[in-house]
Design a protein around this ligand. Structure first.
Ligand SMILES: [Zn+2]
Length: 71
């Protein structure tokens, strides 16, 4: 059981470190383009979810910032 907890902790540390290094992932709504296309495909507007940036802060990055702020 202890091995399992240590393994999970190790995976979490690696994940948080990866999120510190690569903080953003592609927005789920627009898949990173920052645009929402109209059904015709010609017109578009900025994605409301990411405000047109096309990026989404990863969950692990928030954990990292939680600890980084305490310095
Ligand atoms: Zn978006």
């Amino acid at each position: 059981m202890t091995t399992l907890i240590l393994l999970a902790l190790g995976v979490l540390i690696v994940y948080v470190a990866a999120c510190a290094w690569w903080p953003y992932a592609a927005c789920r709504r627009c898949s990173g383009s920052g645009k929402r296309r109209s059904p015709t495909g010609k017109a578009w507007r900025p994605c409301w979810r990411c405000e047109g940036t096309g990026r989404r802060v990863r969950f692990g990055r928030r954990i990292y910032e939680l600890f980084a702020d305490r310095r």
